[in-house]
Design a protein around this ligand. Structure first.
Ligand code: GDP
Length: 468
């Protein structure tokens, strides 16, 4: 991993399409490099732009005597830029030809191509943001829903880092007090009040535990809630999926086995992403209920948080109850949510429907009567799904972690703190207490990047897009 901050890097920063493209340049020579191809309409404006802060200048990009494009160029003077370095952003017309030519010219004039995430990495290395904020930048770009956007934005704005740093400071204070005691060797001195230390460690451990616990919710918000639709063929699984998708992406027909090529459908309900697992396999179960037990169905269930078991309202209650029992037995000891959906309610009279409802073992709100074809009951289902997610730990004001790396660090921090508590209970020598406390501090530091290794940085920034 190269941490070379001396080079001047360049990359296109906007995606395909649109009318305008953005090219980003950052580094000591950013202004000089751009000036080799940029001619401002107003020289005075260009001069002012180099003085301080940031400023937009209108002009043209030239390749020798040829005019390539009319552009707006934003000049940023360090440290007032995203990367904290002298930077330039060229807004040109979005012709792939123009973008390519401008990039070639910039490279020819001394810039080098940026690696994925290198602008954000520089922002981190130059102290413009910490590591968890840099990670949130990638999450923000990738966010597809209101909920994932909210969490990424919060993290990017540093709510989380502030808290972590505050805790770290408090622990550092105690660790240095303990270490001071060690300096006094055999003398009986106690700088770090043990009962205060205990209280603090308990408080911080509670906090890191609750943050770590928020990961299952955060992960779901970031990556979507996995949902499996199971049930024997022809119960209306594809029709239900279509009703949820409100378009015709899945193919519905009278012939079982026609849903193909749809590996996973995602659908946003109430600002939350739901991932319907392996919808291509919807039809592959044989048509007897015993075959619900086939491996594929269980694999699907394994990967999901929510299982929608679809039943046909015209089937006997015994058959529906049997299928329900088969799946709910499978889910004992898991956190998975099972919802029984009785479909084709339009084929029964009100009376028959009531009779059926009374004969089902599943009678609470986890039993939803629908007609996928008519769309009745679908809203009850979507409400149930969103409610299920928002009932999970972490409301809109709570801090929620979405990142596996942070989860690992918090869990390790918590383990170290448990050892500190254990040592305090058992009068273990302070050098060992101090060591565990230092470990806890180390893990918290990993989250914000106070402590980082090339490997960690490499893993994080490799997943960024070019130009970010
Ligand atoms: P899958 O095999 O479980 O995916 O079932 P499909 O979604 O392909 O549906 C099988 C058949 O049941 C099709 O002919 C659908 O039109 C029909 N169907 C699905 N939902 C309903 C419903 O709510 N009411 C009625 N009357 N027919 C339905």
């Amino acid at each position: 991993m190269r941490h070379d901050l001396t080079s001047t890097i360049v990359a296109p920063a906007s995606g395909q399409g649109g009318a305008i493209s953005l090219i980003r340049v950052s580094g000591k020579e950013a202004h000089t490099v751009v000036d080799k191809l940029f001619r401002a309409k107003n020289e005075d404006a260009r001069e002012k732009a180099g003085a301080k802060g940031f400023r937009i200048v209108y002009g043209e990009i030239r390749d020798g005597g040829d005019i390539l494009d009319d552009v707006l160029v934003s000049f940023f003077v360090a440290p007032n830029s995203y990367t904290g370095e002298d930077s330039v952003e060229i807004s040109c017309h979005a012709s792939p030809y123009i973008v390519k030519r401008i990039l070639e010219l910039l490279l020819k004039c001394g810039a080098s191509p940026a690696r994925p995430g290198e602008f954000t990495q520089r922002a981190y290395l130059n102290g413009k943001m910490d590591l968890s904020q840099a990670e949130a930048v990638a999450d923000l770009i990738a966010s597809e829903t209101e909920a994932s956007h909210r969490l990424a934005l919060k993290q990017m704005r540093g709510a989380y880092s502030e808290e972590i740093n505050r805790l770290r400071e408090r622990m550092l204070h105690f660790a240095s007090m303990l270490e001071l005691e060690l300096d006094f060797g055999e003398e009986e001195v106690e700088f770090a009040d043990r009962s205060q230390l205990r209280l603090m460690v308990e408080e911080i451990k509670n906090y890191t535990d609750s943050l770590a616990a928020s990961f299952s919710y955060g992960n779901v918000i970031r990556n979507g809630v996995p949902v499996a639709i199971v049930g024997k063929p022809n119960t209306g699984k594809s029709t239900l999926l279509n009703a949820l998708l409100k378009d015709d992406r899945a193919i519905v027909s009278e012939i079982p086995g026609t849903t193909r090529d749809v590996i996973e459908d995602t659908i946003i309900i109430g600002g939350i992403l739901f991932r319907f697992i392996d919808t291509a396999g919807l039809r592959e179960t044989a048509d007897v209920i015993e075959n619900l037990g086939i491996r594929r169905t269980y694999q699907k269930i394994d990967q999901s948080d929510i299982v929608l078991l679809l039943a046909d309202a015209t089937d006997s209650p015994e058959l529906i109850n049997k299928a329900y029992r088969a799946i709910s037995d499978q889910l004992v000891d898991t956190q998975k949510e099972l919802i029984l959906i009785v479909n084709k309610s339009d084929l029964l009279t009100k009376e028959e429907l009531n009779q059926l409802k009374n004969s089902l073992t599943c009678r609470d709100s986890r039993c939803i009567i629908v007609s996928a074809i008519k769309g009745t009951g679908i809203e009850t289902l979507t409400k149930y799904l969103t409610q299920y997610v928002s009932d999970s730990p972490g409301d809109s004001s709570a801090l929620v972690i979405t990142n596996l790396r942070h989860f690992d660090a918090l869990s390790r921090c918590s383990e170290s703190l448990s050892r500190v508590l254990e040592s305090l209970d058992n009068d273990i020598p302070e050098d060992l207490v101090a060591m565990d406390l230092r470990q806890a501090i180390y893990y918290l530091g990993e989250i914000t990047g106070e402590i980082s290794s090339d490997e960690i940085l490499g893993n994080i920034f490799r997943n960024f897009c070019i130009g970010k």
